[in-house]
Design a protein around this ligand. Structure first.
Ligand code: FEO
Length: 391
């Protein structure tokens, strides 16, 4: 992609990175991502809103050149993470007259991470405006989606809102605007789960704020542009609400199938009772899928074999992810099997420091489950079913 007109002298300057497989060495990217940058041509001044991921700077700068952008007055930085700020040092060298317009926290982060000179910045506060002539950029400081430095930029005359990471998606199957497809919904949910969910209360507040602004177009810095904002706002209203679904997620690792027998027995009983139930064999599944599924489930049951007197590391990692992402689940339990001894539940229980779900009695069995053990799983299922009746 090169320079694509969006509306009223606002242009898309972003790049797709469909082959990238992982973000922050943590988040799997089933279809890569895109880094959206926007060029705004006012009657008097020009601005770039967010820039480019460091590995794609050459292509980005080449596109600016091909587009004939020879003068740049402002680089508006909505967030300091390098996938959006990475090109700032090169831009200020190429356009020495350009000023970086951002909030104080973002300025501090850009100076720390990219060693940009302080003289290059104009620091704005919440609600400040910047005139580009016939266009006015208004800044809405919106911390914690997902860093303390995040903000939105609103082009008043065009009713366009640039939200950076907020409302984004690691999704590359689009031309410019959102296709509002189930595939986009899934990508947006995965992205929400991994990036935004730990800050759900902030996201909830900003979703209300965006509704109040009622923009014609929402322009995030990953994924497609929303010319029908209702699609993404409705999804965020659902995900950030306090409501949970009649759904149980069972992430597990089973070494000799004993834990797997417990997991399958539980799943079968819950499904019979009409509860949507998904199991995740953690050795062979993608953490992103797990993250996406825990966005709105009511209950999580961790299943683990005992390894060296403790839970399997794969389950420890899943518990860590659950705790870090802070989903809104209400109940949890642990099931598993051991050979000769140890403490399977203590480590896992201790990992829930930021989430406070209600505990349902654990079922830990010795070796291959017998009828008595399976009856305990049936009791656990009955208890979960009872709890779900109150949802
Ligand atoms: Fe897309 Fe927080 O960077």
């Amino acid at each position: 992609m090169n320079m694509i007109p969006i509306k009223n002298n606002v242009f898309y300057m972003g790049l797709k990175d469909p082959d990238r497989t992982i973000f922050d060495q943590l988040v799997p990217l089933p279809q890569g991502t895109s880094y959206n940058s926007y060029f705004v041509k006012g009657s008097e001044k020009t601005a770039l809103i967010d820039t480019m991921y460091p590995k794609m700077i050459n292509e980005f700068m080449e596109n600016l050149k091909k587009a004939g952008i020879e003068k740049l007055d402002y680089i508006i930085s909505n967030h300091a993470e390098q996938d959006h700020s990475g090109a700032i040092p090169v831009l200020v060298e190429k356009f020495p007259e350009a000023k970086i317009v951002t909030n104080a926290k973002c300025k501090e982060n850009i100076m720390n991470m990219l060693h940009v000179d302080e003289s290059k910045f104009i620091v704005i506060n919440d609600g400040d405006e910047l005139s580009l002539g016939d266009k006015t950029a208004k800044f809405l400081i919106s911390p914690w989606v997902h860093w303390p430095d995040t903000m939105f930029t609103y082009l008043k005359e065009d009713n366009m809102l640039f939200t950076c990471d907020f409302l984004g998606a690691h999704y590359t199957q689009y031309d410019l605007f959102a296709d509002c497809s189930p595939a986009l919904e899934e990508a947006a949910k995965r992205y929400y789960a991994e990036i935004i969910m730990p800050f759900r209360n902030f996201a909830k507040k900003y979703t209300v704020k965006v509704r109040e602004i009622n923009p014609d177009i929402i322009l995030p810095s990953h994924g497609p542009i929303y010319d029908k904002p209702d699609f993404i706002l409705k999804l965020y209203e659902d995900w950030t609400s306090d409501n949970v679904k009649n759904k149980v997620i069972i992430p597990y690792v089973s070494m000799y199938d004993s834990t797997k027998i417990l997991v399958e027995r539980l799943q079968s009983a819950l499904i019979k009772a009409g509860i949507e139930t998904k199991t995740f064999d953690l050795i062979n599944s993608d953490e992103g899928e797990l993250a996406m599924e825990i966005v709105d489930c009511a209950t999580i049951v961790l299943g683990s074999s005992m390894v060296l007197a403790g839970p399997h590391p794969g389950v420890v990692s899943a518990a860590y992810i659950v705790n870090a992402l802070r989903p809104k689940f209400r109940h949890y339990s642990i099931i598993g099997s051991y050979g000769w001894g140890g403490n399977l539940t203590g480590v896992l229980e201790g990992m829930f420091t930021t989430v406070k779900p209600e505990k349902i009695d654990y079922v830990i069995v010795k070796g291959l489950p017998d009828d008595e053990d399976l009856a305990k799983i049936d009791n656990l299922a009955a208890e979960i079913i009872e709890k779900h009746k109150t949802l």
